[in-house]
Design a protein around this ligand. Structure first.
Ligand code: SF4
Length: 208
């Protein structure tokens, strides 16, 4: 928890709102509180194992007056899902995870499609981000290393049929495959406007 508290203090200096919690149940309670206070008309999300582990997506489906834009609905075709992810750029509230958080108070992602990072950067009025303690690293170099060595190769394992070198070996070869999942990198240095983004740091090992 000490590491989380230090990281939270740095992120707050960079104008993020931050909570530190012990587990995903506490994270769920905070996310629910934020959503109820914001009363959004349209809510959407970028895929994140940590976010799903909190149970918030199931709760969003079953409660509230909002419309939930689900760009990962397996009953839809890929073009339909991509169109929903495009509409999510104009949602009122957006939830997703983070690939790495640095003790220097910055946030890091690497995306295939860009549907996670685009609405984090601009669009939705409120953004909620969740991350387990395993996502905390010292600095930008370590964040990039973490993404290259851990997050991306493990993420590809969730996509059977993707023909990339890491799918075979588990090691990144900085490939040029059409299936490459590492296409756009984002580093967020400060939160603007202040308080738009709420980061919830969870003292558990979660996600990729
Ligand atoms: S760049 Fe290619 S090989 Fe490296 S992790 Fe991404 S998809 Fe895998």
């Amino acid at each position: 928890m000490e590491k989380l508290l230090a990281c939270a203090a740095t992120l707050r200096r960079h104008h993020f709102e931050v909570d530190t919690v012990h587990d995903t149940a506490e994270a769920f309670a905070i996310i629910r509180e934020i959503i109820e206070a914001e009363a959004p008309k349209i809510v959407s999300f970028g895929d994140s194992k940590t976010m799903r582990k909190t149970g918030i997506i199931d709760w969003l489906r079953e409660n509230g007056d909002w419309t939930l834009l689900d760009g990962f609905d397996a009953s839809m075709s890929r073009p339909e899902r991509l169109e929903i992810r495009r509409q999510a750029l104009m949602s009122d509230l957006f939830i997703t995870g983070i690939n790495a958080v640095t003790e220097e108070g910055t946030l890091h992602w690497l995306d295939m499609v860009g549907n996670r990072i685009a609405p984090v950067a601009f669009g939705p009025r409120k953004v909620i981000l969740v991350a387990g303690r395993n996502k905390i690293v010292a600095n930008r170099d370590e964040a990039e290393e973490r993404i290259r060595r851990i997050a991306a190769p493990q993420n590809i394992a969730r996509h059977p049929g993707f023909r990339t070198p890491c799918a075979k070996t588990g090691v990144c070869m900085d490939c040029n495959s059409p299936d490459r999942i590492c296409n756009t990198r984002m580093e967020m240095l400060r939160c603007y406007p202040a308080g738009r983004i709420r980061v919830i740091l969870i003292d558990q090992e979660l996600g990729l």
